[in-house]
Write a protein that binds this ligand. Sequence first.
Ligand SMILES: Nc1ncnc2c1ncn2[C@@H]1O[C@H](COP(=O)(O)OP(=O)(O)OP(=O)(O)O)[C@@H](O)[C@H]1O
Ligand SMILES: [Mg+2]
Length: 248
Amino acid sequence: MAIETLSLNDVEASYQRGVKILKGISLSIIRKDISCLIGPNGAGKSTVLKAIMGLVNVERGSITLDGEEITNSKANQTMRKGVSYVPQGRTVFPEMTVWENLRMGGFILKDKSKVEERIELIYEMFPILRDYRNRKAFTLSGGEQQMLEMGRVLVLDPRYMLVDEPSLGLAPMIRNMIFEKIGSLNREKNIGILMVEQNAVQGLQTAHFGYVLDMGRIRFRGRGVELLKDKRVRQLYLGGGEIKTGDS
Ligand SMILES: Nc1ncnc2c1ncn2[C@@H]1O[C@H](COP(=O)(O)OP(=O)(O)OP(=O)(O)O)[C@@H](O)[C@H]1O
Ligand SMILES: [Mg+2]
């Protein structure tokens, strides 16, 4: 069987005509992997995810999902094909309960009993969401809201999940838990992950493969742990110091 991939081929994208934000991005997300995008503010990391979801205009190049072209497809269509997207910043519906938020995740599914079944599976993955199912989302902590956001897109049973800055603003212990959850979604639920991370060290430690983006171009690519050890990557993007990479 062919390797399942979500690929960008020489993608150029812009929000406004004439202002290119992505300047020829080529990368291939392998479904069995966790891939991580790092890079400075404004590099275009979020724009890569938006390009996949059809939320920014791709002017050149192509995006393919397991060989099928999805360039500039509407987000809803791409979601139906198995790609879920968790945007940057907290986006839960604050006045809705946890359960109502999860139901919203299944809004494009006609079969509502399927949605209920999936919500049960999500409660198994994130037991805290079951405990808090009747609480309004704004009462949850940052980490719990991040779990709810991931839970909400998992209702669609995706094959790939794009996550923008999942650990942003979280305390270290909660952050570790989020990275562990992402790891188990990949390993146990067979979901290909593309995550964007400010926390470059932990992001690259979690990921099988990493990309360093700068000014709309990929500057470095490689296995996560190898990028972490790369002198140039360390100097330019990781603050230059020695990085403890653990045993992985
Ligand atoms: N909706 C938009 N309209 C116009 N320009 C935008 C829009 N969103 C982002 N940009 C610009 O595109 C460039 C890349 O932004 P992007 O959000 O992809 O960066 P990023 O790498 O995710 O940065 P950060 O680390 O700050 O999240 C920036 O110069 C930004 O100002
Ligand atoms: Mg961003």
